[in-house]
Design a protein around this ligand. Structure first.
Ligand SMILES: Cc1cc2nc3c(=O)[nH]c(=O)nc-3n(C[C@H](O)[C@H](O)[C@H](O)COP(=O)(O)O)c2cc1C
Length: 170
């Protein structure tokens, strides 16, 4: 297939695939590395490269899940707390192969929206790389993830815009 047709096919086949469709199996380190590496090629104004992405691999996901659940419990008023929502975090993360927190670093060299736009383009690259490798993924932007600053050790000029879930769909 020529490169135009190949690109067209990948772009048109890209879609968000959610944990309910993940097999629970691992995704190879090679593919995870490819996904992460593809982010680096996103356009970014003044070459600020505002994404701060790392892979949280399967063995570290239970720890992240506990942090999310504790934060949800701690910050949700009792009358709004939903046990189903609390359990859902664990059900979804339980079948996920890896998570890349979508973290932006603001440089002050360009407006904030430009840094966020560049991060979103980097996420699109990761989506496309997942599609090309027949791996499921989606961007989850649940507001609770903004509150994981301490967990991710974020500086004042950094923010978590969500989690990029990656899962095997074989
Ligand atoms: C910035 C952003 C945030 C998103 N947040 C969520 C989310 O919190 N929960 C969710 O189910 N999907 C989320 N999505 C995925 C969208 O729902 C999905 O892209 C949309 O339904 C279109 O489907 P497609 O990606 O398969 O084309 C998000 C997508 C983007 C770009």
């Amino acid at each position: 297939m020529d490169s135009q047709s190949c690109l067209k096919e990948i772009i048109e086949n890209r879609k968000s695939i959610y944990p309910k469709n993940y097999s629970g199996k691992e995704v190879s380190q090679d593919i995870l590395d490819q996904i992460l590496a593809s982010a680096q090629f996103a356009p970014n104004h003044k070459k600020t490269k505002p994404w701060r992405f790392t892979i949280i691999s399967k063995e570290n996901l239970p720890h992240l899940c506990q942090a999310i659940q504790s934060k949800y419990k701690e910050t949700t008023p009792e009358h709004l707390f939903l046990q189903k929502k609390y359990d859902d975090f664990a059900n979804k993360i339980g079948v996920t192969a890896a998570i890349i927190p979508i973290i932006v670093q603001y440089s002050d060299l360009v407006p904030k929206w430009e840094e966020i736009a560049a991060v979103a383009m980097a996420v699109q690259n990761m989506y496309l790389t997942c599609t090309a490798n027949q791996v499921g993924c989606y961007w989850s932007s649940h507001p609770i993830f903004h509150q994981l600053k301490d967990y991710f050790n974020l500086q004042d000029n950094q923010e978590c815009l969500g989690l990029f879930y990656i899962g095997d769909i074989s």
